[in-house]
Design a protein around this ligand. Structure first.
Ligand code: 5GP
Ligand code: MN
Length: 334
């Protein structure tokens, strides 16, 4: 942590903040708990502790099941930007991950800061970069940055947002957990954050149709390759049949990793608009979901949790969807 959150970088961050009256904080498309959590937490800190005029920006809406992460005292923009004296990009490695906001954010003349934990940060586009893949989440990185800036852990709403983001990105301490991750959780719980309430909101507040879809896909949709891979194709038709909303398939791609022989799992989810599939990949240690996402699905992410997009019209080159998916999965199973 000391390297990523070095005192030199904190000093530089402070100086940039001193010069800024307004701050824009942005997160990636299809925001998850980590993106929503770290943007909300840092925005609260900058507004309440440093008196900044803050705006949170995302390319598209937060899923309904994560709307509890939004803080009513903050201003959120969905799919649009506004001018600011400082731009902070969080939980993604490049402005391109903010899709429709990318051009406006990248072209802004304001100084830019990156706070992220993905591989291959686009460091050249930023004046200051906090980036480490050796951490659970952007929310954990934000926790350590705030601590280094002197945050006393007293603001419960900041703590809740950070613990929520870390919890969703580690899938409740199942992956990407480091010694520092437990320290963070321990400090926040000791400071009075109610972890049980957070778990209830994340994992025990879904609608019935989400649980039924999970069962259906595991029964009817799961294909297992004997080489050690699994995939599921979630078409628009199935999503409509189960009345599935954004965010409600979270966690489905992880399920096949429960099978001993399965080393990598893939979920193709047909997008509601645009002729493409959203791709989610999860793998066990020693198998690279990230390589698979980068080489076959126009994406990236982390070693064991990655994603991207598949454009059948462009990418398949004559192969069927199934053939292409099998080729992609087998390529990382030597
Ligand atoms: P998920 O499967 O939960 O959507 O995404 C898993 C991980 O892959 C996340 O860390 C996310 O940031 C990354 N990821 C998902 N989609 C994309 C994409 O289109 N491009 C890149 N570079 N990363 C992605
Ligand atoms: Mn993250």
């Amino acid at each position: 942590m000391t390297e990523t959150v070095s005192s030199g970088k904190i000093r530089q961050f402070r100086t940039m903040l001193e010069k800024a009256r307004s701050v824009a904080l942005a997160g990636h498309v299809h925001p998850d708990g980590d993106a929503l959590g770290c943007v909300t937490a840092l925005a609260l800190y900058l507004h309440r502790e440093l008196g900044k005029d803050v705006t949170c920006m995302f390319p598209d809406a937060a899923p309904e099941n994560l709307s509890f992460t939004l803080n009513p005292s903050l201003k959120y923009l969905w799919g649009e930007t506004c001018a600011a004296d400082l731009v902070i990009l969080m939980d993604c490695n490049a402005f391109s991950r903010t899709e429709a906001l990318s051009e406006a954010l990248g072209a802004s003349s304001a100084p830019k800061v990156l706070i992220d934990h993905h591989l291959n940060p686009d460091s050249r586009s930023f004046n200051l970069v906090f980036s480490t893949p050796e951490i659970s989440s952007a929310s954990e990185l934000t926790f350590w940055i705030l601590k280094a800036m002197g945050w006393d852990l007293k603001d419960r709403e900041i703590g809740e947002a950070l613990l929520t983001g870390m919890t969703t990105d580690t899938n409740n301490f199942a992956n990407s957990v480091f010694p520092t991750t437990f320290t963070m959780a321990s400090e926040l719980i000791a400071a009075g954050i109610d972890r049980d309430a957070i778990l209830r909101k994340i994992y025990q507040s879904y609608r019935e149709n989400r649980v039924r879809l999970m069962g259906y896909m595991q029964n009817e949709g799961l294909v297992i390759l004997p080489e050690g891979a699994a995939y599921m194709i979630l078409t628009k038709e199935i999503q409509h049949r189960f009345g599935i909303k954004e965010g409600e398939t979270e966690g489905l791609v992880n399920v096949p990793l429960a099978i001993k022989n399965v080393r990598i799992s893939l979920l193709l989810k047909e997008a509601e608009e645009g002729d493409h599939f959203r791709v989610s990949l999860r793998s066990k240690k020693g198998t690279s979901a990230q390589q698979c996402a980068m080489n076959f699905f126009n994406g990236g992410g982390h070693e064991n949790a990655a994603g991207g997009k598949l454009f059948p019209g462009k990418d398949l080159g004559g192969e069927s969807l199934e053939e292409y998916v099998k080729k992609a999965l087998l390529s990382v199973l030597q």
